[in-house]
Design a protein around this ligand. Structure first.
Ligand code: SAH
Length: 374
């Protein structure tokens, strides 16, 4: 990995048109950008010196003006179930996380879009640390690039699909649509044939429901959309997902169906974290089914993952089953997300980006005015 150089342009932050402009700025033909992307994304190469089919002069210029730099790994952990989590450095006192979830037929990387989050959902541990900053495009793309490197380094090169990143979900720390300007170019690089070349169905953006940005996203991207719904009525959703006070459920659903129409998408996935005694009754399942019936919707039920200081409890397995059965009985597609990596706090809602050193954490909290979980 090339070390970050403040004067050099990090190529991981440039989607193809921007890279073409950069290459043209160095006096080379635009098609060199494609060759360059091939090296960077298909072959995982970060040394310009080794990009042997590029002219020597061009390589020297790149070495001087550009770099391929990923976030620095602070710690790496592996769960008993094979899930892996990396804590990545944002700056001296702040960090963010990414999680790799291997499955028999695929490898899903869950990436972060912000350090912390401003949305304050009451059941999410990321919310407790408040908002620190947006990640840059290079930091978002760098997570996927880095994960592929880390996975290649620790497995035999047998090309097994669960050992490389085949799917990307923006379900880590942060609200991706609140960082629209950095996220959209990253999505472009994920989908670009010369980039990671992932199909649009293998890239999922999850949002808590920023309605205007869903309309805007429809103009710029066609990745799969997931929406954190968590409640079948506004009163409860106002409490669980406070952004609902600004953009209530009816408006949110309108935006979702608009997105599907525009993008010719198959369905929207609605995430629903099951909290014992709060949103897991059969009546609430019925209300949820009524809300979504007749629309191209899937429901992904997520057993709540507890974290220190939370007032919520996970629903009993019987309650989860009952809730799911009720949705299915009413014609909805409903799955239960299997909890992965909870022994290393890598499960949904457990990503807190804890920084190793408590002294710097306190310093960070004063500097940025956020409450950081120690
Ligand atoms: N801000 C975006 C992206 C984060 S996705 C969003 O809200 O969609 C993280 C997913 O994990 C969301 O569906 C979120 O609601 C869910 N989640 C958050 N906290 C959780 C917890 N403690 N247990 C289980 N799921 C949780």
């Amino acid at each position: 990995m090339t070390s970050p150089d403040t004067t050099a342009t990090n190529l991981l932050g440039l989607p193809r048109p921007a890279l073409e402009a950069f290459v043209a700025g160095l006096g080379s033909k635009a098609f060199r950008a494609r060759q360059l992307m091939n090296w960077v994304y298909k072959r995982g190469e970060s040394s310009f010196e080794r990009m042997t089919d590029l002219a020597k002069d061009f390589r020297a210029q790149l070495a001087e003006h550009a770099c391929i730099a990923t976030p620095e790994v602070v710690t790496a952990q592996q769960s008993a179930d094979g899930t892996r989590k990396w804590l990545l450095r944002a700056d001296a006192s702040q960090a963010f996380e990414m999680v790799f979830i291997p499955e028999p037929d695929r490898g899903t990387l869950c990436i972060s879009s912000q350090v912390g989050c401003a949305l304050d959902c009451s059941f999410c541990s990321t919310a407790q640390q408040g908002f620190n900053r947006n990640l840059t495009t290079a930091e978002i793309v760098g997570q996927v690039w880095l994960a592929n490197q880390e996975l290649a380094g620790s497995f035999a090169h047998d090309g097994a699909r669960e050992r490389i990143v085949t799917n990307v979900v923006l379900m880590g720390m942060g609200e991706p649509l609140a960082n629209f300007r950095s996220v959209v170019p990253a999505l472009e690089i994920f989908l670009d044939d010369f980039g990671f070349d992932l199909s649009r169905r293998r890239v999922t953006l999850s949002t808590s429901g920023l309605v205007p940005q869903i309309y805007k996203l429809a103009e710029h991207s066609n990745v799969a959309l997931a929406v954190s719904l968590h409640a079948p009525d506004d009163e409860l959703r106002n409490e669980l997902v406070p952004i609902n006070r600004k953009h209530p459920i009816a408006e949110l659903l309108e935006a979702c169906w608009h997105y599907l129409d525009e993008q010719n998408g198959r369905s929207v996935t609605f995430e629903y974290v099951l909290l014992a005694g709060v949103n897991d009754s059969t009546a609430q399942a019925r209300a949820l089914a009524k809300l979504l019936a007749g629309h191209p919707a899937k429901v992904n039920l997520i057993p709540f993952n507890p974290f220190p200081g939370t007032r919520y409890r996970r629903s009993e397995p019987e309650a989860v089953q009952r809730f799911r059965d009720e949705l299915i009985r009413r014609g909805l597609l409903a799955t239960v997300r299997r909890t992965r990596g909870d022994d290393i706090d890598a499960a949904c809602g457990q990503l807190a980006g804890r920084v190793i050193d408590r002294t710097t954490v306190r310093l960070g909290s004063r500097v940025f005015g956020v409450t950081v979980q120690a």
